[in-house]
Design a protein around this ligand. Structure first.
Ligand code: MN
Length: 342
């Protein structure tokens, strides 16, 4: 969090509520490779604004993963699209959970300079907007949109369920170090307002397609340990195609290394099939080892406990070598500084 400029929040939540009340034809944007927080928070806002009688469009540059579609469907149709519905001219564009312009994916060219309001919890990131609301204390943007719902008078159970899913998703089911007393207070209030936590938890973390579990097993098999407390999964794209796994099947591997006893840092490396020679890095820790600072070595960022970056390399092996060469010395230095024993 220290390595990048923290964007100055320049608007309060009541002011955002006022801005939304005054606006119509609102465009919501979610980030590429959408996760539960960006989709849950955006869908919560979408539903709250629709309830207020607003015209709303909602864009994400790619297909919504199957397990998240329950958040953004209405009458069996998805309300998130990849292109603006014809005739819709936004008067207010809101970026949800988007730290950097590149996270707009294919929408970057058209929208990077057109965001009016950025609602986010990433202390790093440089997506600019006239109105910035960035709260790194929030475990998920879901917490922020919940507070907005309260200010807007929205008590719609479905909208609140989306915000609950956003929080549950970004906290790994309320398990990660980003969870605060406030996270639980908000969750408790949501349950009091009728949110069905067991149902959402089952949809987010419950039954999965067999191919996804098989991909998970393959990832566990290929995990290795450059240091006793550092676990690496380097998942080759060729192997993914050979096994017939979808991108969604391998979408959720980053949580695996941290489940191994003694692992302080987990690194997952994946190829990007749409960009040859580019490798995506995900890092996870319990929040003591600062993944954000480690990912900043490659121009990435995120949170202390969960961050991402990308590098270019000839092969997956080269990518891993380059990553470890930069990360391991810094990891050792952090451990020393924290007084952590081997
Ligand atoms: Mn988030």
């Amino acid at each position: 969090m220290e390595n990048n400029i923290i964007p100055q929040t320049n608007i309060t939540l009541p002011e955002i509520a006022e801005l939304l009340r005054e606006s119509d034809d609102i465009l919501l944007l979610s980030h590429t490779r959408p996760d539960g927080d960006t989709i849950g928070s955006g869908s919560c806002l979408y539903r709250a604004l629709r309830e207020m009688g607003k015209r709303v469009a909602y864009l994400c540059d790619e297909e919504i993963p199957r397990r998240l579609r329950f958040l953004c469907s209405e009458d069996d149709a998805l309300f998130i699209t990849t292109e603006l519905p014809c005739g819709f001219t936004p008067s207010l564009t809101v970026a949800v959970d988007i730290a950097s312009p590149s996270l707009l994916g294919k929408l970057e060219g058209e929208y990077a300079d057109r965001v009016d309001l950025r609602i986010d919890h990433h202390g790093t990131g440089e997506l600019m907007a006239a109105h910035l609301y960035v709260n790194p204390e929030a475990a998920a943007v879901g917490e922020i949109v919940y507070e907005l719902c309260m200010l807007l008078g929205c008590r719609d159970k479905t909208a609140l369920s989306c915000a609950y899913a956003a929080i549950s998703s970004d906290t790994g089911g309320f398990k990660y170090s980003n969870v605060t007393p406030k996270t639980h207070r908000i969750a408790a209030e949501m349950l009091e307002l009728g949110v069905d936590s067991a149902d959402i938890t089952q949809k987010l973390f419950g039954a999965r397609p067999l191919s996804q579990v098989q991909a998970y097993c393959a990832a566990v098999e290929m995990m290795h340990f450059p240091l006793p407390d550092v676990a690496v999964i380097n998942f080759p794209e060729g192997y993914r195609l050979f096994r017939g796994f979808t991108e969604e099947d391998i979408g959720d591997l980053s949580s695996i290394p941290r489940q191994i006893e003694g692992v302080r840092l987990g690194i997952v490396i994946k190829q990007r099939s749409d960009e040859v020679g580019k490798y995506k890095i995900s890092m996870r820790s319990d929040g003591k080892i600062d993944c954000c600072a480690l990912c900043a070595l490659f121009g990435g960022g995120g949170h202390a406990g969960a961050s991402g970056a990308a590098i270019e390399a000839e092969t997956a092996e080269d990518a891993e070598k380059a990553i470890l060469a930069a990360v391991l010395p810094e990891f050792k230095r952090m451990k020393e500084e924290l007084g952590l024993q081997d």
